[in-house]
Design a protein around this ligand. Structure first.
Ligand code: NAP
Length: 513
């Protein structure tokens, strides 16, 4: 039997008392480790984090907490090799894709470490300016932001076991709020190993960081009014979280990052169509294949002017044909596998659904796999197409969480805007063109339904950060079906972990805040 990973719970390492759930190598099919949380005293772990971890963190200033994050960054950097090996084995990723998760997580954490330094020797933050409450300027109001006196529970998705933890933990810990992470079972190993390294390095005060690997059963029941829960995953599970009494009755603050039918739009700009089209093709290929399309931000719908539909289909298909798919241990392989048999099956089912309303422009199933068995979880990219985009509702509504995207044709600006909005709120859209004015106008038009609008013009082609890459400086989240959540965005991320209060007093009192 494989190793049973321990949970760090209530300030000590504890293994579950059950048989455990096995984690597998999605390419080789071998069992790697097991996870289990059966029998853990959930109430004890939450109390410990809330009381020990929270109290200790709140005693520190933002600068001191930033220094702790900086020390975590060093530990994670020192162990990168082990994380790459775990990711290849458990997530089936090639090194370039592991980097998005592992190095992306470390980079994001480092950004919040540096932010702590800039916030300085304070334990709470001022929010806005003094506001006069009447004619006499002596009595005024000052809003302040103080760390919430609870825990931050993170329930995370399988696709980013590293970044998913650190992008949330950076802003929680810098705010002085202890973290409990429950990673998705399929890929929990990497998260567990990172937490283990950090705990063993003795950087954080006891209770500041806990991990539970296994079933989520009973976790939400532990939440109390000043706790917060940040969930990343499917819309179906999000609905369960949202309707839990902790949220509906105790006002536990909840942040939801769910699925999203993101888009890419080539503007109708005939004078420059070649340059912009080339940029779109490059970016879409990258988005479809990085992490085998298992990115919440990946491009799912590609909109081009009707006259360019065939040309785009041919150019994209030619690019996709060059992607080598298979065992990530083989250096010629560019794209590894999806994370599990369940995900492989879910991609096949989703693809079959989309095919009922779209033509198959590039058939990934015809591609040979490199060093991998057809029974592995490797799956080559497939491109679909629907020229009559209005008549294909499934394309605007179905997230196939794998290397699959659909090319769609549009008539004019109003038409493409209406089509993009059929995603009902997305994490990100990217726009391709060369004329600044229509690009800016389109961004302002689509911003209401997107957490991020990413514009790629020839002048930024070599330096742009990527449609799907989530940068800590910019907001991550999206309205509507994307979950309505907000993460990152620099200092904005700290709002979720702070409580805002208005202090009304004489100016003499307020100047001491
Ligand atoms: P999922 O099945 O909803 O699972 C997400 C997490 O919720 C896992 O940790 C899961 O634990 C846990 N969970 C399952 N049932 C639960 C319940 N009843 N109560 C509390 N927790 C429960 O999602 P997934 O398949 O892991 O992730 C893929 C989805 O995540 C995709 O749709 C993707 O678009 C979305 N995603 C969104 C973002 C974003 O930032 N917007 C980022 C990444 C992924 P177990 O694993 O133990 O079941």
């Amino acid at each position: 039997m494989s190793e049973l990973l321990a949970n760090y719970w209530g300030g000590r390492w504890q293994t579950g008392s059950g048989a455990g759930t096995s984690l597998f190598d999605p390419v080789l099919g071998t069992e790697l480790v097991r996870i289990d949380a059966t029998g853990l005293d959930l109430a004890e772990g939450f109390d410990f984090a809330r009381e020990q971890g929270g109290t200790a963190l709140r005693k520190l200033t933002y600068r001191e907490r930033g220094a702790l994050l900086g020390a975590i960054v060093k530990v994670l950097q020192a162990n990168r090799e082990a994380y790459y090996a775990i990711s290849m084995a458990n997530s089936g990723t090639v090194n370039n894709d592991t980097a998005v998760d592992v190095d992306g997580g470390i980079f994001t954490l480092d950004t919040y470490a540096k932010l702590g330094e800039t916030l300085g020797e304070r334990r709470y933050l001022l929010d806005g300016e003094l506001a006069r409450l009447g004619k006499d300027p002596l009595f005024q109001s000052q809003h302040i932001l103080v760390p919430t006196r609870g825990v931050a529970l993170f329930i995370n998705a399988f696709n980013f076991p590293s970044w998913g933890l650190w992008e949330k933990a950076g802003s929680a810990l810098i705010s002085g709020v202890p973290v409990i992470i429950k990673p998705a079972s399929a890929t929990a190993w990497l998260t567990q190993r990172m937490v283990k390294d950090v705990i063993e390095a003795g950087i954080l005060p006891p209770g500041a960081l806990s991990i539970l690997c296994g079933s989520s059963q009973g976790l939400m029941d532990q939440l109390q009014p000043f706790d917060v829960v940040s969930f990343t995953g499917s819309a179906a599970t999000a609905a369960v979280i949202r309707s839990h009494p902790a949220v509906t009755q105790s006002s536990v603050r909840v942040n939801i990052e769910a699925d999203s039918i993101n888009s890419a739009v080539l503007l109708d700009d005939s004078s420059t169509e070649n340059a912009a089209l080339e940029l779109l093709i490059k970016e879409v290929t990258r988005e479809m294949t990085v992490k085998s399309g298992q990115k919440c931000t990946a491009i799912r719908r590609i909109f081009v002017p009707d006259a360019l539909y065939e040309r785009t289909a041919a150019a994209l298909s030619a690019r996709l044909a060059k992607i080598t798919v298979g065992n990530p241990r083989n250096e010629t392989v560019r794209m590894g596998s999806v994370v599990s048999k369940e995900q492989w099956q879910a991609v096949q089912t989703g693809l079959a659904q989309l095919k009922t309303q779209a033509e198959l422009l590039f058939d990934g199933s015809k591609q040979p796999l490199v060093d991998a068995d057809p029974s592995s979880c490797c799956i080559a990219p497939s491109l679909l197409g629907a020229r009559a985009a209005d008549a294909a509702p499934l394309i605007h509504d179905t997230e196939v969480f794998g290397p699959v995207a659909t090319l769609l044709a549009y008539r004019d600006t109003a038409h493409v805007q209406a089509l993009v909005r059929r995603g009902q709120g997305s994490l990100v859209t990217s726009l391709y063109g060369t004329d600044p004015e229509p690009l800016a106008a389109m961004a302002a038009e689509l911003a209401d339904s997107h957490g991020r609008v990413h514009i790629i013009t020839p002048e930024v082609a070599a330096i742009q950060t990527g449609h799907g890459n989530v940068m800590p400086q910019s907001l991550h989240g999206g309205p509507g079906r994307a979950g309505g959540g907000e993460e990152l965005g620099g200092i904005r991320a700290l709002n979720f972990y702070h409580r805002r209060s208005a202090v009304q007093a004489s100016t003499n009192v307020l100047q001491h805040l």
